[in-house]
Write a protein that binds this ligand. Structure first.
Ligand code: GLY
Ligand code: MN
Ligand code: MN
Length: 444
């Protein structure tokens, strides 16, 4: 399995500390354990910012970064080793492991944080934290600050500035390093395999969940712990529900099925959508819509390169889709006017993509100073145009109703343009039909 190397976490901490103001401190908590019901917990998923800076996989931990501190810039508070808990739950790194395996300069038990952290904050002018995103942690932070304030008469110096860490950290996360791209390529490869497997298994009479099971099988077999988001397996009219997740309907002969699914590795997501005919053969209407979405996606790829701005790819998809819908008789009027009046939104109501990384809808600004962000090498994004013709749309001929198509790939901006990470899944009508036909022959 390909992972982010330990050296990369250390490089990130140094890069963040280099951008922090002198005499400051950054404090970040691990994700809390979420209870599912009574004694059952949700599968633990580390907080993306915390993971980005530490690679430390446990809950009940706090990262403290203090640039320039003589006795160590990186302190990790974490759980102590505990034979009883380790027998029931899982092994713990403990303080020794935090230093030995995760590069902390020093580590303390999380149960001692109230005694130790105020002393680390004291004398620093500025505190960086993810203010507002974790009210309980914000409250703790203020308690630690108040401990220092209460000792002001003894000469203690509380910090006076509180700064949102997001601005620095999320801008760093937007630019993917070679190691990050490598992990994202691997997540994309396994996700592509999963889509192929689902395509091969597709048959009328199965259910949406039958195909979801094929995805999950391929993810787990690839060593991946979990999908990056709830898989969408949407057949027939369900393909027109953008974030459909019930995944329990019958796969009917003559219908399309839209699958939007991807796995994550070291918290790095892949996000792939493919749409195909349940029975392996596109109808003329399905093919017409499919090829229009595909053409829109191709047009978008051509607009992803350094110095092009974020919205150019979206604008390209809007133009191709609007012109195509006019040609098919689904929209009437002049293309420019239909774009200006946003008439296409009845069929294409979302944007062409989003940043992709440790969060499937990743952090990073889309506009800077009011202008669309200019693309740079290392930025990762999805390209996912779609057309959804509502089953209830009385404005269009019946033969079009209930067709929903999205095609989604993941790309990284390169010097020349972009690298498509998810090219491993067939995409043209001919390729999809050939793959599905071959799977049928094999099954006979
Ligand atoms: N999977 C959600 C999205 O494509 O944005
Ligand atoms: Mn997406
Ligand atoms: Mn998606």
């Amino acid at each position: 399995m390909i992972h982010i190397p330990k050296t990369e976490y250390s490089r990130r901490r140094k890069a963040l500390m280099a951008q922090m103001e002198p005499n400051s401190i950054a404090i970040l908590p691990a994700a809390a354990v979420a209870i599912r019901n009574r004694d059952v917990e949700h599968v633990y998923r580390q907080d993306s910012d915390f993971q980005y800076l530490s690679g430390f996989p446990e809950p009940q931990a706090v990262i403290v970064l203090m640039p320039g501190r003589e006795h160590g810039e990186y302190v990790l508070f974490c759980r102590e080793r505990n034979a009883e808990r380790e027998l029931w739950d899982s092994l713990r790194a403990g303080q020794e492991g935090a230093i030995r395996d995760y590069g902390a300069d020093d580590a303390f038990p999380i149960t001692d944080i109230d005694d130790i952290l105020p002393g680390l904050i004291e004398g620093r002018d500025r505190v960086y934290s993810a203010m507002g995103s974790n009210p309980e942690f914000d409250r703790h932070l203020m308690e630690w600050i108040n401990v220092i304030r209460s000792k002001a008469h003894l000469g203690a110096q509380p910090p006076n500035e509180f700064v949102a860490l997001d601005h620095l950290l999320h801008d760093m996360r937007l630019y993917k390093s070679a190691a990050e791209v490598k992990v994202m390529r691997e997540a994309a490869r396994i996700s592509a395999q999963a889509h192929i497997r689902a395509m091969q298994a597709s048959r009328p009479g199965l259910h949406e969940f039958s195909l979801e099971a094929e995805l999950d099988y391929e993810f787990r077999k690839g060593g991946v712990k979990m999908p990056a988001y709830g898989s969408i397996v949407a057949a027939g009219r369900n393909s027109c529900i953008l974030h459909y997740q019930q995944n329990d309907a019958l796969l009917k002969d003559g219908d399309l099925v839209l699958i939007d699914a991807g796995c994550e590795i070291d918290c790095y997501a892949s996000d792939i959508t493919r749409t195909w005919p349940v029975n392996g053969k596109f109808s003329p209407e399905q093919k017409a819509i499919y090829e229009l979405v595909l053409a829109a996606q191709e047009a978008a790829f051509a607009e992803i390169a350094p110095n092009k701005h974020w919205n150019q790819a979206h604008e390209a998809t809007v133009r191709v889709i609007t012109a195509g819908l006019v040609k098919l008789g689904l929209l009437e009027g002049a293309v420019d006017e239909l774009i200006a009046s946003e008439a296409y939104k009845a069929f294409y109501m979302h944007r062409a993509g989003h940043w992709l990384g440790m969060d499937v809808h990743d952090v990073g600004e889309y506009k800077v100073g009011g202008e669309w962000r200019v693309l740079e090498v290392g930025m990762a994004l999805t390209v996912e145009p779609g057309i959804y013709i509502s089953p209830d749309n009385q404005q269009v001929a019946k033969k079009w109703r209930g067709i929903g198509v999205r095609i989604e790939d993941d790309v990284v901006v390169t010097k020349q343009g972009c690298e498509i990470l998810t090219g491993g899944v067939p995409k043209s009508v001919a390729e999809i039909e050939a793959l599905m036909a071959a799977a049928r022959v094999q099954a006979l």
